[in-house]
Design a binder for this molecule. Structure first.
Ligand SMILES: Cc1cc2nc3c(=O)[nH]c(=O)nc-3n(C[C@H](O)[C@H](O)[C@H](O)COP(=O)(O)OP(=O)(O)OC[C@H]3O[C@@H](n4cnc5c(N)ncnc54)[C@H](O)[C@@H]3O)c2cc1C
Length: 520
């Protein structure tokens, strides 16, 4: 007689509890540490704490989407992997603020470009915010560790996209120098689909690195689970309350309470402050949600007289940072490959036949992004059950954007562009190098006219030594609530001008060590 033995194996490699797996309407867990959010900061914290023997649970509001299910189409990826299905904006609706919202967070959809935090900012943070502990000597081992663990390395020659090759030629003609991008990608498949998730798992996102490692050390991961309140008693963190939501219906399936003496918030720079505000915790300084910066970007699209086919290759091949520090201009240039959907919203060629004609030349186009180091002038608020991002581009920052766009256009013409499209509702096209200054000088700081995208929100739970001007102390613990830690991009005291993921990876690793030291 044959006996069937039922073996329960994880469905797609990563053991994740999803709403569909939940049968009880109330769940109560007791662990050593609860981590809120499974992105850059959350996944690293979860692994580092679990590796020290702590019982860890990770709660992630977004769904679990295994890599094999990634659709190599932006429109679908936006709907499944991004915060608010890709529709998160500032309150004026003139800047798209993109964040990942899935198991692995923004690391699943990011372009993997990595920079160590420049010493310039570490020195500034030490001087202005008392963060003398975050110096190069202390942080270098953390940079080295995450670079090793995530395979962060300079692109190989063959990974350079065709558009980046042209841009390099333009830079050479102008006597400028591009830097070779470093990315957390191993053996890149050159598909150009980073923003839609890496189907072949070559991007070393949290989904394929720290989260499986955390699970191997015993951490439990819940998807579809939105934390709605941080629990504390007499100034000491006690755990969190969450709701497990069926993503198919939007209906609540269960209430979840986690009791834990260590709470790590890593819900990202929009949701972490919202959680603190909703919970009425951590805000004696009045700084929770304040100091929001987001690195607004505008892309110029160059059109060539011949096909370039700039859709295969590293998403980012090169950067130009001669003018990135605030005193030197405050802008960074980055090339990026683009799929037709992205190309379609990076320029304003007009509608109808004009638009069709423009898109029919998609193969001839490349883009160069201008990213500005913005001041921390924004605020995330939570009012009447609604989150809002109040932010508008500051006038001085707009001047940095204009300076960046001028350099950007010069590089594109030197690269051989026939014309350059400005992403403005005024339908601006620059037809020669001689026209650059006139067109760009004519731009006014009216954000609704432009196609702004932010990929890097940051700064809403500022770290600092002074409890009256910051939310989190230099070890990552909130000034107000003991054992309540923050380990995500909200910590950054100022905008850092460069893509921030490696800074978040390093800070989360550093803070995990502080937590492990305080809770042996
Ligand atoms: C399209 C895109 C491209 C990018 N490209 C680059 C790049 O090339 N280089 C670079 O350095 N940076 C890049 N970034 C930015 C980088 O990925 C982020 O700075 C970094 O991931 C931030 O880490 P985090 O831990 O703060 O948040 P995230 O990685 O965003 O993780 C936060 C997680 O918390 C979850 N969450 C939110 N609220 C709750 C809640 N209440 N309960 C439970 N879970 C919650 C979210 O769903 C999300 O999964 C990019 C970002 C995007 C969106």
């Amino acid at each position: 007689m044959t006996k069937t033995i039922e073996v329960k194996v994880p469905k797609h490699g990563l053991p994740v509890t999803q709403a569909a797996d939940v049968t009880d309407s109330r769940i109560h867990l007791k662990v050593d540490a609860v981590v809120v959010g499974s992105g850059a900061g959350g996944a690293i914290s979860a692994y580092e704490l679990a590796a020290q023997g702590k019982r860890v649970v990770v709660l992630e509001a977004g769904p679990y989407v295994p890599s094999e299910k990634f659709a190599e189409m932006m429109a679908i990826a936006m709907g499944t992997l991004y915060q608010d299905h890709g529709g998160q904006n500032n309150s004026h609706g003139d800047i798209a603020v993109l964040q990942g919202a899935c198991v692995g967070g923004s690391t699943v959809v990011n372009a993997a470009l990595c920079f160590r935090t420049p010493d310039y900012y570490l020195k500034r943070w030490a001087k202005e915010y008392g963060l003398t502990n975050l110096n190069l000597e202390t942080l270098t081992p953390y940079f080295e560790k995450v670079e090793r663990n995530l395979g962060i390395a300079p692109n190989q020659r063959h990974e350079t996209s065709p558009g980046a090759e042209l841009i390099n030629q333009g830079l050479n003609k102008l006597g400028m120098k591009g830097g070779v991008a470093k990315r957390n990608v191993k053996d890149c498949g050159l598909t150009g689909f980073c923003f839609a998730g890496c189907k072949s798992d070559r991007k070393q996102s949290m989904l394929v690195t720290y989260l499986p490692w955390a699970a191997a050390k015993g951490a439990k991961i819940y998807a579809d689970t939105r934390v709605v309140q941080v629990l504390a008693d007499q100034g000491v963190a006690k755990g969190v309350r969450a709701e497990i939501i069926d993503p198919a219906t939007g209906m609540k399936k269960a209430d979840l309470q986690v009791d834990a003496p260590i709470v790590v918030l890593a819900a990202g720079p929009v949701q972490t402050p919202v959680l603190l505000l909703r919970s009425g915790l951590g805000n004696s300084s009045g700084q929770v949600g304040k100091n929001f910066a987001c690195h607004p970007t505008l892309s110029l699209t160059a059109e060539f007289d011949h096909p370039v086919d700039d859709f295969h290759g590293a998403t980012h091949s090169l950067y130009v940072d001669e003018h990135t520090l605030p005193e030197e201009g405050g802008y960074l240039l980055l090339n990026a490959v683009q799929d037709p959907v992205e190309a379609s919203f990076q320029a304003e060629p007009g509608t109808g036949e004009r638009y069709m004609a423009y898109m029919s030349r998609y193969r001839n186009t490349i883009r160069l992004i201008t990213l500005i180091h913005d001041k921390n002038v924004g605020e995330v608020s939570w009012k009447d059950g609604v989150k809002q991002i109040h932010y508008t581009v500051d006038d001085e920052d707009f001047e940095a954007m204009k300076a960046g766009l001028k350099t950007n256009a010069r590089v594109l013409f030197a690269a051989g562009a026939a014309r350059v499209w400005v992403p403005s509702s005024q339908r601006l096209m620059i037809e020669s190098e001689a026209e650059i200054d006139r067109v760009i000088d004519g731009l006014k700081n009216q954000p609704a006219r432009y196609r702004y995208t932010s990929f890097h929100p940051q700064g809403t739970c500022r770290m600092g030594a002074d409890r009256t001007t910051s939310v989190v102390n230099p070890r990552g613990e909130t000034h107000d609530v003991k054992n309540l830690y923050v380990a995500d991009a909200s910590l950054l005291p100022t905008s850092i001008g460069y893509n921030p993921s490696e800074t978040v990876y390093a800070l989360a690793s550093y803070i995990s060590d502080q937590i492990n030291a305080a809770h042996p």
